[in-house]
Design a protein around this ligand. Sequence first.
Ligand code: SF4
Ligand code: SF4
Length: 388
Amino acid sequence: MMSQRANPDLLLELQAYGAVGAESCFNCGTCTAVCSLTTDENQLPRKSIRLLQVGLQDSLLASVDPWMCYYCGDCSETCPRQAEPAETMMALRRWLTAQYDWTGLARKFYTSKVWEIGAVLALAAFVVVMFILFHGPMVTDRVELNTFAPAHVIEVLDWIMLGGLSFFLLSNVARMHHAIIRRGTKAPVPLSLYATEAWNLIYHFVTQKRFSKCDEEEGGTFWQKPRWRNHWILVSGYVTMFVLVVVFLRWFQTDEIYPIWHPQRWLGYYATIALLFGATDAIWGRIKREHQMHRFSHPSDWMFPILLLLTTLTGIFLHTFRYLGLPMATYIIYVIHLAIVVPMLVLEVPFGKWSHLAYRPFAIYFQAIKEKAQSLQQEPTGALAAGD
Ligand code: SF4
Ligand code: SF4
């Protein structure tokens, strides 16, 4: 499709992102035969490994294949060469995230523990210092969180942070679009396709339906597919809590204690339980290393669920101290809570593991646009052939 120069160091570069064993692949295709997500258009994972071996960097950049893999691990289990194709696909997703990111921060975080941990600690320290310098009056005979940290001020900071996160994430998505559609296909892409295929984006973000195909042997329903179910519960908790603390903070952060049936409480409880379950499940799986997908853990695989778990635990403490009427404990845990939440959002959403939640549905969306554009281009030829 495109003329390009091979990068002989690509395989070596991918090792820094966690690829192990890809050099042993002899291209037999067993992995593609067992992959439940492989299609004519996306031959997972053999094609990506072949492109990697021969160093065709631009073709990999134009490919959505790594995003179509949900790491069931079947390919690694059946590979006769122990080339660990599933882990290579994971490493390619990290590499692609770094390639889309124009700031270079994703590459630093994925390839250096010092950068990743240092950035989290630096941002956490910044939050603590800001609170020490600018917190409101500390009422000590009762809990007045909105005097210590006024919700209307935190809300403005939330919106500034949301604007920054959206800018970085969407500008990286624009680079992804450039690589996949602008450079990845010669077919003209009518603008109308962006509208008619937009349902893919929303549908796959909300349902994560393709995940269910990685659980095929587990049975038919949502509840019988543990990986899809657990991931969906985690994401639903994350989205609910994000909307509560960023969009509806004044409604959520109140000094008044509402009755148990109030939506402020049960929405908060649902999000907390979902986050606690999802983060613990992710960490416990990596500790036990029973499933193929947990055999290899890159530092970035630990960082996000750990930050998520700490966010949830400090949130539970905050809620408990506030309800017990302990003012100083409430104010201190609030600062600690935000010192974890801010790096978790600012670093993980546009530059870290969280970003796959955006890149996966965008990859499906771009793939649908690309396929439709290519079939539209072929239509006149087909009609002519039929006329002959
Ligand atoms: S990764 Fe393994 S199964 Fe797949 S093509 Fe290479 S050697 Fe064959
Ligand atoms: S990990 Fe599963 S979904 Fe991914 S390429 Fe291998 S078999 Fe396919």
